[in-house]
Design a protein around this ligand. Structure first.
Ligand SMILES: *[C@@H]1O[C@H](CO)[C@@H](O)[C@H](O)[C@H]1NC(C)=O
Ligand SMILES: *[C@@H]1O[C@H](CO)[C@@H](O)[C@H](O)[C@H]1NC(C)=O
Ligand SMILES: *[C@@H]1O[C@H](CO)[C@@H](O)[C@H](O)[C@H]1NC(C)=O
Ligand SMILES: *[C@@H]1O[C@H](CO)[C@@H](O)[C@H](O)[C@H]1NC(C)=O
Ligand SMILES: [Zn+2]
Ligand SMILES: [Zn+2]
Length: 511
C-alpha cells in the first residue's frame, strides 16, 4: 500500500488528477436524505419547494462534507456506508453552521460560555423506562466528568428555573425542533444562556449499555454529549470525542478534543474574550460554536503551510501537530486538517513562558505526557495539555555544554527516546530512567538522513525525518532512508497544490 502511494506521487500528475477529475454523479438523495443534509447544515437552506435549486455538484459537495465530518471516505456519493449514517441514532443539533455565519468572517468570540462558575441544573422529569431519580444520578455523574475542565461547580435544584433544565419530551414540543419518534434523533440541547436539554421520550432509555438490547439507548452516553452543548460546545468531527454527533457507547471520559473545547470556552484569559452582540436574525442560540478571538485587527497575517517554513512537527495524541511561528495546526490525517486551527500555541499550551515565541522541538513520552524543549529547559504537559512542571536537559543526563536540542522523538522500534543536537544524538531509556551507554553518536549513523533535522515523527508505524521542504522515510531494519525519498512535505502531508518544479524535491541532491 505504501509503495502504491509513493508511485502515485512520483508521477505527480496522477496525484492531482485523481482528486480533481474523477467525478461520479451521486444518485439523487431521497427526500429524507435531503432533509438530513439541510437539517445538519450540509446543504444551504432554500425556501420550501425549491429543492430543485440544488445542483448535482452542490449535492455531491454536501455528501462529501457529511462524510468528512463523520470520518468516512469522502467519495461525494451515496454509498452504502453513507446511507447508514442517515439512519443512525444521533443528536439533533446542527453539525455545520450556515454559511451566512461563517466563522471566517467573524473576528470575535461568541458569548457562549456560562460566564460563571456556579451552575444550577434541574431534572424536570424522567422517561417511562428510566425514573427521575436514576436520571438525576446519571446526569450528576456526567456533569462531574465535565466540571474540572471548565473549573465549574454544578448543583441540583428541585424547583424553579435552573440554568440547565432537563426533560423528556416527544414529537413537536414547542421549541421548533420536533423529535422524530423512535431512532434517529434521540436528544438535543441548547447552548448558554438557554441551557435546556431535551431527550426524546419515544426512545427506550436504559442505563446498562453492556446488557441492554440494541434498541435501548444509553442515557449516560447521550447525556454526557448533551451536557457539552449545554456548556456551549458544538459538534466535533473527531470520532471518539464526546461531541461527535452520532450515538456511540460506551462513553466514560472526555476526549482531548472535548477538553480543548472546554479550555477555549472557560479557561481563556478574560481580557481576550470580547463579549459580542448577535447579528439580527441569526439563529446563533441554536448554532453552538466557539471561535478564537482575534485580539487585533492587523493580525490577519498567518503563515502559509504550503510555504513549508514550519519550525517543527510532531505526532501527539495520534494527530499531526505542525508548528510555525506562534501557530499550531493539527491534522487528523494527511491532508485532513482539524477544524478550528491554526491556533496560537500559547493558547493550547498554557503555562509556557511568554518569551518562548517558537517551538523548535516537542515530543510525547510513552506515558503520553508532552514535553516542549527550549534552550536547556523543557516544559512538561499532560496529554490534555495541562502544565505539569518545568525541567532541565540535565534530567536526561544531557551535558551542560549542549545549548539546545534540535529534535527529540520516541522511536516505536525500540521505545527509546532520541535526543538530537545538530550533528550528534543521545538515546535515553525512559523505562530505566537513564541514558544508554556509548552516546552521543554521530548523526551520520542514520544513513541518507539529513542533519540538522527539523523534526522526526512516528506516523502509522513509520519513522519520518523532516528538513526544510522535504521529508524522508526511515527504514529501521536497514538503518537508512528509504530509496524513494525525499518527497515534498507540503504536497504529501498538507493540502497544497503541486508545483511545476516539484521534481527537484524528489532526489537526494541538495536543494
Ligand atoms: C477555579 O475557581 C476558583 C474560584 O474562583 C479559583 O480560586 C481557582 O483558581 C480556579 N482554578 C483554575 C484552575 O482556574
Ligand atoms: C416532562 O416535562 C415536560 C415539561 O414540563 C413536559 O412537556 C413533558 O410532557 C414531560 N414528560 C413526561 C414524560 O412526563
Ligand atoms: C525567558 O525569560 C527567562 C527569565 O525571565 C530567561 O531566563 C530565559 O532565558 C528567556 N528565554 C528566552 C528564550 O528568551
Ligand atoms: C513499546 O511500548 C508499547 C506500549 O507500552 C508496547 O506495546 C510495545 O510492544 C513496545 N515495543 C517494544 C519494541 O518494546
Ligand atoms: Zn449534539
Ligand atoms: Zn427540544
Amino acid at each position: 500500500m505504501y509503495a502504491k502511494s509513493v508511485f502515485c506521487l512520483l508521477s505527480l500528475v496522477c496525484y492531482s488528477v485523481s482528486s480533481q477529475t474523477i467525478y461520479v454523479e451521486p444518485k439523487s438523495p431521497t427526500p429524507e436524505q435531503l432533509d438530513f443534509l439541510k437539517k445538519y447544515g450540509y446543504l444551504p437552506e432554500v425556501p420550501p419547494d425549491a429543492d430543485a435549486a440544488y445542483t448535482v455538484s452542490s449535492m455531491s459537495e454536501a455528501v462529501r462534507k457529511m462524510q468528512a465530518f463523520a470520518g468516512l471516505p469522502e467519495t461525494g456519493t451515496l454509498d452504502d456506508e453513507t446511507k447508514q449514517l442517515f439512519k443512525r441514532k444521533r443528536c439533533g443539533v446542527k453539525d455545520i453552521e450556515s454559511s451566512s455565519t461563517s466563522a471566517r468572517s467573524r473576528r470575535y468570540i461568541l458569548q457562549q460560555s456560562w460566564n460563571k462558575r456556579y451552575i444550577t441544573y434541574r431534572v424536570v422529569n424522567g422517561s417511562s423506562t428510566l425514573d427521575k431519580s436514576r436520571v438525576e444520578e446519571l446526569l450528576e455523574k456526567g456533569l462531574a466528568v465535565w466540571a474540572p475542565f471548565g473549573n465549574l461547580s454544578f448543583s441540583g435544584i428541585e424547583q424553579g428555573r435552573a440554568d440547565i433544565q432537563v426533560s423528556f419530551v416527544s414529537g413537536d414540543h414547542g421549541d421548533g425542533f420536533p423529535f422524530d419518534g423512535p431512532g434517529r434523533v434521540v436528544a438535543h440541547a441548547f447552548p448558554p444562556p438557554h441551557g435546556a436539554m431535551h431527550f426524546d421520550d419515544e426512545e427506550l432509555w436504559g442505563d446498562n449499555p453492556e446488557e441492554d438490547d440494541e434498541d435501548v439507548t444509553d442515557f449516560f452516553a447521550v447525556a454526557i454529549h448533551e451536557i457539552g452543548h449545554a456548556l456551549g460546545l458544538s459538534h466535533s468531527n473527531v470520532k471518539g470525542s464526546v461531541m461527535y454527533p452520532y450515538y456511540q457507547t460506551p462513553v466514560e471520559s472526555l476526549h482531548w478534543d472535548d477538553i480543548l473545547g472546554m479550555q477555549e470556552l472557560y479557561l481563556q484569559d478574560q481580557e481576550e474574550t470580547a463579549v459580542v452582540t448577535e447579528s439580527p436574525g441569526s439563529q446563533t442560540s441554536l448554532v453552538p460554536r466557539f471561535t478564537k478571538p482575534g485580539s487585533d485587527e492587523d493580525e490577519n497575517y498567518m503563515p502559509d503551510l504550503c510555504m513549508t517554513n514550519y519550525d517543527t512537527l510532531q505526532v501527539m495524541n495520534d494527530k499531526i501537530f505542525v508548528f510555525e511561528e506562534e501557530w499550531v495546526w493539527v491534522l487528523r490525517d494527511r491532508h485532513v486538517m482539524e477544524p478550528g486551527y491554526p491556533k496560537r500555541f500559547h493558547d493550547v499550551f498554557r503555562g509556557l513562558p511568554a518569551n518562548i515565541t517558537i517551538i523548535k522541538t516537542i515530543y510525547q513520552k510513552q506515558n503520553r505526557n508532552i514535553l516542549i524543549f527550549s534552550g536547556q529547559n523543557y516544559w512538561e504537559f499532560d496529554s490534555t495539555f495541562h502544565f505539569i512542571k518545568k525541567g532541565s536537559l540535565s534530567d536526561y543526563s544531557i551535558p551542560d555544554e549542549v545549548p539546545e536540542l534540535t529534535t527529540v522523538f520516541l522511536s516505536n522500534y525500540n521505545n527509546k527516546t532520541y535526543l538530537i543536537e545538530e550533528e550528534r544524538y543521545w538515546r535515553y531509556d525512559e523505562s530505566a530512567g537513564r541514558m544508554d551507554e556509548r552516546f552521543p553518536k554521530e548523526m551520520s549513523m542514520w544513513r541518507q538522513v539529513p542533519y540538522p533535522v527539523d523534526a522526526a515523527v512516528v506516523w502509522k508505524g513509520d519513522t519520518f525525518f523532516f528538513q526544510g521542504p522535504r521529508f524522508w522515510r526511515f527504514d529501521n531494519e536497514l538503518v537508512q532512508a528509504h530509496e524513494y525519498y525525499p518527497l515534498p512535505t507540503a504536497q504529501f502531508w498538507f493540502d497544497c497544490e503541486s508545483t511545476s518544479d516539484m521534481d527537484r524535491y524528489i532526489t537526494n541532491d541538495g536543494p
